[in-house]
Design a protein around this ligand. Structure first.
Ligand code: NAD
Length: 257
């Protein structure tokens, strides 16, 4: 079974990995629903341009996923959700004793709790349709840790754990749940943490990229949004029907260290 004609909801998809995933699924014939917390003309125009390029249906639904009821409304408004990609995420880099509590709560809410809320509404839709895929964009930080990323590491480990629970609860149904664990991908989220990391380590930009970001990525290359799109497409395919409750690393060897 191909994913052509399926509906994919991709959270946090007006930028970065989410947008790359949406473009790849649209290219393969899926209808896509894009999301972020904004509701600008350019967000809707982005969906229209993807629809036009690939001859599929694309919609943009604004919903602030820091709020559980908004996360639930996103899936309700989508109306159908065959493939759920929980991708929305934010980052903040600071030592624990200086980490703002509000920022910690926001990261846990957006990066982890939103996936619980969207999944809770999407699963009955998948059951009614007799097929479904839950694909959570976790991180290498869902499997290992780095200093100064307490909230992010906690949230991503949580997402990996929740993925396993969803897989067990759907194990005897034609639904799978998996997490993708990217290493560093050069997106706005990574760009934004370069200045903070420069400050924490007292380094220039080039040194941060080479000696901090890619220090633990043995390939010494960033992964790309296109590669992430391809990994999502694989997990959505029939070839992956017996892959459930696990993680796929796209990290240039980081977690092999
Ligand atoms: P990005 O900043 O380009 O994209 C994040 C997306 O989430 C954007 O569309 C943003 O608008 C959206 N978002 C943020 N707050 C939101 C909210 N409150 N409600 C709804 N949407 C919200 O970053 P990215 O690098 O593409 O990150 C996407 C996912 O991939 C994140 O979960 C991130 O943790 C994960 N990830 C990224 C990397 C990397 O190196 N870039 C590595 C591992 C995992």
């Amino acid at each position: 079974m191909s994913i052509s004609g399926k509906t994919a909801v991709i959270t946090g998809s007006n930028s970065g990995i989410g947008l790359g995933v949406a473009r790849e699924l649209a290219r393969l014939g899926a209808n896509v629903i894009l999301n972020s917390y904004t509701d600008r003309d350019e967000d809707h125009a982005l969906a229209e341009s993807i629809a036009k390029e690939h001859g599929i249906t694309a919609r943009y639904i604004g919903a602030d996923l820091s709020k559980g009821d908004e996360a639930r409304r996103l899936i309700e408004d989508a109306g159908t959700c065959d493939i759920l990609i929980n991708n929305a995420g934010i980052q903040h880099v600071a030592p624990i004793d200086e980490f703002p509590a509000k920022t910690y709560d926001a990261i846990i809410a957006i990066n982890m709790n939103s996936a619980f809320h969207t999944t809770a509404v999407a699963l009955p839709m998948m059951r009614a349709a007799g097929w479904g895929r839950v694909i959570n964009i976790a991180s290498a930080h869902g499997l290992t840790a780095s200093p100064y990323k307490s909230a992010y590491v906690a949230a991503k480990h949580g997402v990996v754990g929740m993925t396993k629970v969803v897989a067990l609860e759907t194990a005897q149904e034609p639904i799978t749940a998996n997490a993708i664990c990217p290493g560093y991908v050069l997106t706005p989220l990574v760009e934004a943490q370069i200045p903070e990391t420069m400050k924490e380590y007292g380094m220039d930009r080039e040194t941060v990229v080479k000696d901090v970001l890619l220090a633990r990525q043995p390939s010494k290359e960033f992964a790309t949004v296109e590669q992430l799109g391809g990994t999502v497409a694989f997990l959505a395919s029939d070839a992956a029907a017996q892959i459930t409750g696990t993680t796929i690393s796209v990290d240039g060897g980081w977690t092999a260290l």
